[in-house]
Write a protein that binds this ligand. Sequence first.
Ligand SMILES: [Mn+2]
Length: 280
Amino acid sequence: MPRRYNYVIGDLQGCYAALQALLERIQFDEKHDCLWFAGDLVARGEDSLATLRFVKSLCEKDVAYTVLGNHDLNLLAVWRGLSKLKKNDRTAPILDAPDAAVLLNWLRKQPLLLRPNPDHVLTHAGLPHCWTTEEAESLAFEVAATLRGTFLELDRFLENMYGNDPDGWSDDLKGMDRLRVITNYLTRMRLVDARGRLEFAFKDGLAAPMPEGFAPWFDWKTRIARTEKVLFGHWAALEGVAQMPNAIPLDGGCVWGGHLVAYRLEDGQRFTVQSGCGLG
Ligand SMILES: [Mn+2]
């Protein structure tokens, strides 16, 4: 059934009240509309458990889709006992919930890249200039296939997922190094250099001084011009408003007291609600 409107929504981070307010604002009607989430569904907001249950229920009705973000992957690692809960994350209620296994088994089956329509591609952090969109799609699928594999495959990936090396792409990467680099590009990237090497420390806005040789991933030219616009979250300092021709930032920093952002694909209109959840 053709959808009336498609809205792409930025990082929720467990901001359940803001999500409900945003859906009210856009008059979301699951009979007609479709939601696309940019990942980081959970982490520091006031109700990650309710957020995860709600997004899962919409996805299971095929009226929403999500990609995975770094916080979602971290939650999976904590669930599997391969990472410790971060001090400021408020995801413990998910791990303690009676439906924890159902929720997290669903979460691990979500993709890292989606194509909401032929003109747009969605990942949590963006796409590096060293990949065509088709290459990125295929590489994202390699990670997703591992995540949805056996628990042995899942755990082996989660155990090896953390780390900044190697810091850039090369076609001959194999095994866990390959999966780690793909994951870092799709879920953690902000700055890269001309060769596509990642820089992991910079988290500021575009006006801040950047390390020598590095620039935002969307400032580099792709080998073959990318015809799709790239929708992404993750970079809260862009406030979900920066103006780039072919990259559409969606993380309004809701969990930091900013805004939750929805971008309507049909006409490019943005809708925002002020964060009400804060960190308190
Ligand atoms: Mn993120």
